[in-house]
Write a protein that binds this ligand. Sequence first.
Ligand SMILES: Nc1ncnc2c1ncn2[C@@H]1O[C@H](COP(=O)(O)OP(=O)(O)OP(=O)(O)O)[C@@H](O)[C@H]1O
Ligand SMILES: [Mg+2]
Length: 359
Amino acid sequence: MSFHIKTLQLHDFRCHQNKRLSFGAGANIVVGKNASGKTSVVEAIYCLALGKSFKAASSAEMIRKGAEYAAARAEIANRDREDVLFVSIGATGKKIVLNNKPVSRLSEYLGYFKAVVFSPEDYRLIKGTPLDRRNFLDVNISQMAPEYLAALISYRKVLKQRNEVLKAMAASSSRGDEDLLDILSAQLAKEGRIIINGRKNFFAGINPLFTERVKQISEGKERGEMYYMVNTEGDRLEAAYSRKRNLELAAQTTLFGPHRDDFEMRLNGEVAAAFASQGQQKTLCLAAKLALTDLLDVGGSPLVVILDDVFSELDSARQNQILGAIDHGHQVFITATSVDGLAEGLLKRGTIINIEEEE
Ligand SMILES: Nc1ncnc2c1ncn2[C@@H]1O[C@H](COP(=O)(O)OP(=O)(O)OP(=O)(O)O)[C@@H](O)[C@H]1O
Ligand SMILES: [Mg+2]
C-alpha cells in the first residue's frame, strides 16, 4: 500500500478534546456508540484531503465548543517516505501545513490525496437542492482539476461584484456603471466557461461509469444516466449578459451562468426524483458514489474512501458488492455503531478501532 494515513491526532475537533488513533493500510472499522465521535473522525480525515468538511455548513462548527481552534494532525505513509499533514481551523480561517510547509493556496494543495464519502446524506444528490448538487460537482471536480477551483473562486468574487453593480444601477437608475458592468460580464463569462467545461468533462467521464454501476447493482434491470442541466452554454454567456441586461437590472441579480446549473439522475429515461422508488433512488445514489470513486481513482494521486454509517442497514451481499467495488488498494474508513451485521470478510481483513477505548 503506497499511501495511507497511519495515525490521526485530533485536538478540540468537534467532541474530541485530545484523541490519537492508529490505522491500518486497508479497511479500518471505527466502532463506537451513537455520539461517540465516529463521524467527527472521518470528517477530520476528509478535511485533511479537501480543506473542508463534508457536512458542516461552516468550518467553525468543527471547533469544539468553548475552544478557539480545532486541529488535526496525520502521519502518512507516502511511498517510501513519511509525511506529516496538519490542518487547523480557527474563527478566521483554515491553515494546512504539509511537512512543515504552510499551503498558501488550496488550489495548489488539492490532489495531495483525494477523498470520497458515502453517507446517509447521499440521497440529496436526488432529493436535495440544486445547491447541494452544485457543491457535489464543485468539490469533486476541484479534486481532479485544481484550475477548476481557481476559476470557481474567481467566478464567485466577480459574481458578487456584478450583483452589487446591478443593484446599484437599479437603485440609482443611472447608467454610469455600464462600463464596469461590461468588464465584469466579460470576466464572469470567461471564468464561467472554464466551470462549464469542467462540468461537461466531469459528466462525460462519470456517465458511462454511472450507467455501468447502476446496471451492476440492479443486476442488469435498470438503466441510469446523469443529465447535466446547463443554465446557459459557455459560448452564449456574454450574449445573454448583453441582450438580457434589462431582465437582470429588473431582477437586480445575475440570472445566467453556472451558479444556476443543476443536474438530474434518470432511471430508464425518467426523472428519478419524480419517478424512482425509494429503493431505486438509493441504488442511484450508491451508483453515483461508486462511479465517482472509479473516476477519482484515475490519475496519480491516492484516494481514500470513507463510508460513514452506510453499512448498518445493508445485507452482507450489498456490503460485499460495495467493498468489492472500492477495494483497489485504497485505504477505507468505515464507521459503525457495532461490528454486528458487518460482513465477515470485512471483519477478517479490517482493522477494528474502538473509539471509546482509544486515548
Ligand atoms: N463543535 C462541537 N463541539 C463539541 N461537541 C460537538 C461539536 N460538534 C458536534 N459535537 C458533538 O460531538 C458528538 C459526536 O458526534 P459524531 O457525529 O462524531 O458522533 P457519531 O459517533 O458519528 O454518532 P452517530 O453514531 O450517531 O452517527 C455529538 O454528541 C455532537 O453533538
Ligand atoms: Mg455518525
